[in-house]
Write a new protein. Structure first.
Length: 1192
């Protein structure tokens, strides 16, 4: 057996700020043959002290070496290398950190594949505080699978598009022998690489062999202002070093890439040891271009801190002017326009704070009623403000005011120093109008510090138990004036918490549905949420608020100190001690079962329970004998029940439930261990409340870390575990790890459910085999009945890891089917879990801001305009012409609410957005086809298949043929069949597809006014006529049509090519201009100053089905045009058409134009006039897109 290679993690240390985290991550690796070497270049003793304090906490060998004198980054790396004994080397920068399995996963690859010189893993950028920053192009990775890539091809890609797609040193593992032979030359003092040393080394390695990229996350790379790469001298050095890299890449030899931008690869699991690779090909350029479009629309992809991400996120959450106009027009049709009075309290006599708040009210899109300001300040107040003296008993003064606010429907409680977002009153008014039954609204909020937006608080929907824990709704509350008056106003005795007492009275009389939560940052305050909660009057009045509420509803209770002064622990004084039936389902898990039963019997204080062990077909003699022995005891406390037959978990537990005698059923995993004597008392403390049906404890692992404490729907799948791996003493987001609260679901390891409710929903669904899904189904069904699901941190249960069962081959398919069915039943609930917040991430770290896209923000719950989601292939070319720009113009015209996305949204995102129409562009490969299947399964939106080219019949000489799957015709047919409508750019394309769908609509291509309206070109700028062509890179066959023409006229005209020029024609071309970004394309095309533009096309059905876009672009420039006579260019646009594509006919047409330039220019002017009138995306021309996209 091949020995496990030694891996050296070497840390060239200088900055102690983050070194402790870096060192700990190295020492925590779960790889058995490891050494860690630290070479200390720090001027002080901080690095040494951190190493000394860390050694006792790990068995990993750590060698510390102090540099006698400062070496600098390059030489310190070389010293690390000299000291390392490992066969494999990982350089770990002192501000980065590794995930635990990183070295093990990477070393396994290097050990198994001799032709691999470099292994990288996915990496995340983090800020100075450890916040994971949004993915950007630099760390998006190569592909979504674990792949082996041909090194030479990757180098060609880097040469074509200079960018480091491999990451830095910390994310890579290399062979020591390679590094020793390469690094000294690259890191020479005074003349070697510094800024791009990592990339230079990687390039040298890829000249020797191949690369493997793993999909798993391997490292965190830290971004912060003092980072080495941010130093001005390093930034300057990088410019020079890129030129060095370009020279290195240009001098390389070896086999060329399959085509420009393409790389050879294999899925790692397809690599056959000791056999030649049967390479597949990947269009890396296209993949990166697509990701660039995705990243460009994401929030925070250039941010280096959480605060910066949050501020960007806020910037994109406001109505643009065109949207404001549309929304305000909609307000005119509301049945009632809610009058909202902001009531502002100036407790500190702060004139600046007052001005901040009043200015924010004055800037509202939706105008308020007159503002009421309670203040004793003497400064002048402008605007529609009624100033009243601020009394010590401000609550009583507020009560006296409310009856006098004639015409006001609602009032909004604010403090001086609160800054409303400009849309705050509009969003509030729209919610009031759409939901007439609500009486109080609270919202998410943020802090203000020196004018900067900080510390957002994203709250759940009304959560009864969380509200009993502490007033999490905050103090910026809006109330229905009429309902407050009907309830007798606020209780002045409760002071600061008088509004929260009124919330409780609303809940008690009208139900919790009257308390509405706006999941929007409506207000930012100089008094942060945490500061308000820390006020002595909030802490002091909290217990009284809670007691007053519970007394009103007749609940006997006692308050005990909780984990924080703000948070009491409630003991509900129930008179009964009900019987609990503890159900444990087992199959050959004797050791676990014995541990569970022993801990249960010896630890639990609450004694009124029975244990029912239900055997689900145990097969070992040991287990059967133990069960038989327990059964023979004849104990009422412990009973053994045999399942009717070996079956799924639901049927087995239901079988036990039918034989249970208790009023409550406790579903318990045999892998649970009880260590908390009062655990069952605490579960019953809440289960006996009439509004509660399910209670779960906080589950810990053997190391004492949190496994779960309630589940968040949609988090990393159907439901995920927030706070996983946290310490139980941690507060968690909004202290939610330390409080009793309501969730939509809990896990099935330990779940207490009221027997009568369990029976009323039919128990666990026997049709669902997957245990986790079964428990989710139970929780949601019971929640639908109006009961609460509660978790409590005061009951803790340990869950040991389980080995799991061997499953038959069909099990995975069965689970996928049940997941799909669950999504279909519960998607609205999953997408909007009331215990979470839609602004928080559903992937990765729970309770972290989900930055999302820069477009598509819509805080309104009603939508009178049709909503369209356009899924574009790219941000240039067809993505621009056929999706993004038409959608933007329709949106700006107030005809739709539109959003463009360059990646497929998740089904949860689609459910939240609830578009009326989804336009799918170019879904003709397998992965894109699956998008259609998913949307058809989970969404009721009108599905439109958008196609611009006849992709099933691409000419051989068109380079796009490499991009097409072999079964493109089949995928095209199946994709179209999944849609309700097809929209194409031309009538010939519609005819070609006519047998595939009954509803095919033609919408012609048009030009974006902001790009094409103001361009101009000049004529006769050279001695010779300027004749040319402009377009994309896939027209090799089309340009071959005029190849002889170019040669023939090389001495008579100045040939100008833009975007593409075959190498064979370069000697005859006067000017060649490379491709430019789409935003620069119109101006660049016009700047060619052509006297005559050519549009040759091969005679092919593909080209017959193309649009006349080339004519439109030339026409907008005022160029006269000669084109091939094809279906694409037939029509009323003035141009000269060449019928046969013969060289002679092309020459005759060109010479005809050149012989009468004035007539030629008149044709160009006529073409321009018609293009600007009939083919611009504006005014009445938008009707074509509306007819194509909107529902009939």
């Amino acid at each position: 057996m091949k020995p496990t290679p030694l891996v050296s993690i070497v840390i060239p240390a200088f900055n102690p700020r983050f070194f402790r985290e870096a060192l700990k991550s190295a020492m925590d690796q779960n790889y058995e043959n490891l050494e860690v070497i630290v070479c200390d270049d720090c001027p002080g003793n901080d690095i040494r002290q951190i190493v000394d304090s860390s050694r006792d906490h790990s068995n990993v060998t750590v060698r510390y070496l102090r540099n006698p004198q400062r070496l600098g980054f390059q030489q310190n790396m070389l010293r690390c290398l000299e000291e390392a004994d490992g066969e494999f080397i990982k350089f770990l920068c002192d501000d980065d950190k590794l995930l635990q399995p990183c070295v093990r996963q990477q070393a396994q690859v290097l050990a198994a594949h001799d032709d691999v010189q470099l292994v990288i893993s996915k990496r995340h950028f983090i800020d100075a505080d450890g916040y994971v920053l949004p993915i950007r192009l630099e760390n998006v990775g190569i592909a979504l699978f674990e792949g082996l890539y041909k090194g030479e091809d990757l180098l060609a890609s880097v040469e074509d598009t200079p960018r480091n797609i491999f990451g830095g040193f910390s994310g890579a593992l290399m062979r020591r022998a390679d590094i020793v032979s390469l690094l000294p030359a690259l890191a020479q003092v005074g003349q070697g690489f510094v800024a791009l040393l990592d990339l230079a080394l990687f390039i040298c390695l890829l000249r020797r062999g191949n690369l493997v990229e793993l999909c798993s996350l391997g490292s965190f790379e830290r971004l912060y202002p003092q980072r080495l790469s941010h130093r001005p001298d390093i930034v300057d050095a990088s410019i020079v070093e890129w030129t060095w890299l370009a020279q290195m890449l240009a001098q390389r030899s070896g086999e060329p890439a399959p085509a420009s931008g393409w790389v050879r690869y294999l899925n790692l699991d397809q690599v056959k040891p000791n056999q030649p690779h049967e390479w597949e090909e990947l269009n890396l350029y296209s993949l990166m271009a697509s990701r660039q479009a995705i990243v460009a629309y994401q929030v925070g992809t250039d941010a280096e801190s959480y605060d910066e991400v949050y501020r960007q996120w806020l910037e994109y959450r406001q109505f643009e002017k065109s949207r404001q106009r549309v929304v305000l027009r909609q307000v005119e049709f509301w049945a009632q326009r809610p009058g909202i009075v902001p009531v502002v309290f100036d407790f500190d006599g702060d004139a600046e704070a007052v001005a901040l708040t009043l200015d924010s009210i004055a800037s509202q899109i939706y105008t308020s009623e007159p503002v009421v300001l309670f203040s004793n300040g003497r400064g002048a107040i402008e605007g529609n403000v009624m100033r009243l003296a601020l009394q010590p008993d401000w609550v009583r003064a507020l009560n006296e005011l409310l009856p006098r606010l004639d015409g006001a429907h609602w009032f909004y409680l604010l403090r001086a120093g609160d800054r409303l977002r400009t849309s705050a009153l509009l969003v509030l008014a729209e919610r009031i109008n759409a939901m007439p039954g609500i009486a109080c609204v609270y919202s998410d909020e943020g802090a203000l510090e020196d004018g900067k937006s900080l510390e957002p608080i994203f709250k759940p929907d009304f959560n009864l138990d969380l509200m009993r824990a502490y007033p999490y709704v905050g103090r910026t509350l809006a109330f229905s004036r009429q309902r407050v008056l009907e309830l007798g106003g606020f209780d002045a005795d409760l002071g600061e918490l008088a509004p929260h007492d009124l919330i409780w009275r609303l809940v008690e009389t009208d139900g919790p549905q009257t308390i509405e939560h706006l999941a929007e940052i409506q207000v930012e305050s100089t008094q942060a949420f945490a500061q308000w909660l820390s006020l002595p009057q909030v802490i002091e009045q909290g217990p009284r608020l809670l007691t007053t509420h519970l007394q009103r509803i007749g609940v006997e209770h006692q308050l005990h100190p909780g984990p924080l002064p703000l948070i009491p622990r409630i003991e509900y004084l129930h008179p009964e001690r009900p019987l609990v039936s503890i159900i444990i389902s087992v199959k050959d898990q004797l050791a676990a079962l014995e541990s569970c039963i022993n801990s249960l019997l010896t630890t639990t204080d609450y004694g009124h329970y029975e244990v029912i062990i239900v055997d689900n077909g145990s097969e070992t003699d040991e287990m059967r004998n133990w069960l038989a022995a327990m059964a023979e005891l004849g104990s009422d406390k412990l009973r053994i029940v045999a399942a009717d037959e070996q079956s799924n978990e639901a049927r087995v537990r239901n079988c036990a439930a039918r034989q249970a005698r208790g009023d409550y059923l406790l579903l318990l995993s045999p892998f649970c261990v009880i260590h908390d004597a009062a655990w069952l008392d605490e579960l019953l403390n809440h289960a006996q409340r009439p509004e509660v049906a399910i209670v779960g404890p906080r589950t810990l692992n053997l190391q004492g870390q949190v496994i779960d404490t309630g589940l968040v729907l949609g988090l990393d799948g159907l439901a995920g575990r927030p706070f996983a791996n946290e310490q139980p003493t941690a507060g968690g987001y909004m202290q939610r790890l330390q409080v009793v609260q309501n969730w939509s679901a809990v896990s099935g390891h330990c779940l207490l459910v009221r027997r009568a409710v369990f029976d009323s929903v039919g128990g666990l669904s026997p049709a669902i085999d997957t245990p986790g899904i079964n428990v989710l189904e139970l929780c949601l069904e019971i929640g639908k009945q109006g009961y609460l699901v509660v978790t409590t941190p005061y009951a803790n249960v340990i869950l040991k890891p389980s080995a799991g069962f061997a499953r038959e081959a069909s099990w995975k398919q069965r689970v996928e089917q049940e997941q799909e069915s669950f999504y279909q039943r519960w998607l609205p609930k999953i997408a909007n879990d009331p215990a979470y917040n839609r602004n928080l991430s559903l992937t990765g770290n729970s309770f972290s801001l989900a930055p999302g896209q820069r477009t598509g923000w819509n805080p309104l719950c009603s939508q009178p305009l049709p909503s369209i989601l356009g899924l574009a292939l790219n941000s240039s070319a067809i993505g621009h012409y056929r999706i993004s720009q038409p959608l933007i113009e329709l949106h700006n015209a107030g005809r739709i609410v539109g959003r463009v996305s360059y990646e497929m949204p998740s089904i949860i995102e689609i459910e939240r957005e609830a578009p009326d129409v989804i336009v799918f562009q170019g879904r003709y490969n397998a992965s894109k086809f699956n998008d259609l299947v998913q949307v058809k399964t989970y969404s009721n939106a009108l599905r439109i298949y958008e196609l611009d080219d006849y992709v099933a019949r691409i000419p051989v000489k068109n380079d796009h043929t490499r991009n097409m799957p072999d079964n493109v015709q089949d995928l095209l047919e199946r994709g179209i069949a999944l849609c309700d409508r097809v929209v194409v750019s031309t009538f010939p394309l519609a005819d070609a597809l006519s047998n595939l769908h009954h509803d095919i609509r033609v919408v012609p291509n048009m030009l974006a006014p902001h790009l094409w309206n103001r361009i101009s070109s000049r004529r006769r700028t050279s001695i010779k006529p300027r004749v040319g062509w402009g377009g994309g890179t896939s027209h090799r066959g089309d340009l071959e049509v005029i190849a002889e023409v170019v040669r023939e006229l090389a001495d008579e005209v100045e040939w100008v090519f833009f975007g593409m020029c075959p190498d064979s024609l370069r000697p005859y071309v006067h000017e060649y201009h490379g491709g430019v970004a789409l935003s620069s394309y119109p101006a660049k095309l016009a700047s060619l100053n052509l006297d005559l533009a050519l549009a040759p096309l091969e005679q092919h059905i593909f080209n017959d089905c193309k649009s006349n876009l080339r004519l439109l672009e030339y026409g907008a420039c005022g160029y006269p045009v000669i084109c091939t006579e094809t279906e694409a260019y037939r029509g009323h646009l003035p141009c000269t058409q060449v019928k046969t594509n013969s060289t002679q006919e092309w020459l005759e047409a060109i010479r005809m134009h050149l012989s009468d330039p004035q007539a030629s220019y008149r044709m160009g002017d006529q073409l321009r006039e018609m293009v600007l009138r009939d083919f611009m995306l504006r005014g009445d021309n938008l009707r074509y897109w509306a007819d194509g996209w909107l529902p009939d």
